[in-house]
Write a protein that binds this ligand. Sequence first.
Ligand code: BGP
Length: 468
Amino acid sequence: MKFAQVKAFPENFLWGASTSAYQVEGGWDADGKGLSIMDKGNHSTKNSDFKVASDHYHRYKEDVALLAEMGLKAYRFSLAWTRILPDGRGAVNQKGIEFYSNLINELLTYNIEPIVTMYHFDLPYALHQEGGWANRATIDAFVDYARVLFTHFGDRVKYWLTINEQNIMILHGAALGLFSEQGKKELYQQNHHMLVAQAKVMELCHTMCSQAKIGPAPNISSVYPAACKPEDYMAAQNWSAIRNWLYLDAAVFGRYNSLVWSYFTEKGYTPAILEGDMEILENAKPDFIAFNYYATATVAGSKNSTVSDRKADQQVAKDEEGVYYTEANPYVSKTEFGWSIDPAGFRNTLRELQDRYRLPLLVTENGLGAYDKLEPGDVVNDEYRIEFLRQHIEQARLAITDGVNLIGYCPWSAIDLVSTHSGVSKRYGFIYVNRDEFDLKDLRRIKKKSFYWYQKLIANHGTDLSGR
Ligand code: BGP
């Protein structure tokens, strides 16, 4: 739809940026921190030194000062479960509480709203050894962990995110390095346990922190039919239900998506649901939906023999016989890493979410991974990132004009960090961190061109996207 008048961003719009604990903090075993599955991993970043990551654990003051200089209104970060409960449950590590308490206070000093993810891929290894999410006891461990968080930080944190990208952990766990060798039936059982845990934690948040808001944080994207064939459209509905709606229908409506349930039944994936579970799901009410958006997907209803199987990662799906077949989208470009670049798809995704759930929406990740170059004189000319973000912000504004209740935008990532897949060299940040895969150099912080661009954009509240 074309509008003669484009609406402005809402007054209290949360202009932010994101990170996650295991990717940015380092200090992997500092001050009593326990080990997570990411420390033990299986995970591709073992090809680089992620024990130090961006050393944010030791440099958070300098980092927060830079975020403040950029003008951020919000900072979305995750807490390392194992910094707080080294064994996943039981004894609380006071040093961990202290670190996050200091970080939150530092942000508040600059009037930066903390948006806190409780769990971002880094399950405590001790819980993994007891079966991880396959074990129902992990539900209680998560609820107990949440209680500790609400007790210590609930007075200052107003925005909580439960689980980052639960859908990607289930669908592409191996790509994330999550020890996901299990079959789909077991994965969907784990998924059910996460859904119950999330619901319990949302309720607990409302009981313990009456001022706070809480929501899920999956990765959501529109799915296109490869052609206007009815069977392709149906395949797009299939993949969208399996990839997107399963997770949000459960979080928002407290029920399983009916199409996905039929798919489970057909495939033999139905999870065991104990008495009371569905009631727990129904009673929990998120205050908003946070979601990560990188790329749209395109699928067909039958296999196109000219499309060879793509290498799957968290944004590129594998075919599923008789359900959907992935196709290339000739109408969008791609990043160096093969992810589609689809700013209009961002608007489509926002519109779908608005229409389906009618809840405030918060974008918690969106960004461009690239091989940035540090040039002489400490310059990083990341024009391509500026262009990517500019186009997405423009579409966000159009989505607001469409009637979407968008409350914030937190691109990935605030500062360079270790990529889930591709080590340090795939960079996303507004701030360059001077290190290579194994050579930690001096880890100094350098403001990229995109830093200054975003700074200006925030200052003019997104009215002028050129960054002038
Ligand atoms: C999302 C994760 C982030 C981040 C991002 C970019 O799936 O929530 O943690 O890693 O993807 O992915 P990558 O680092 O693989 O490029």
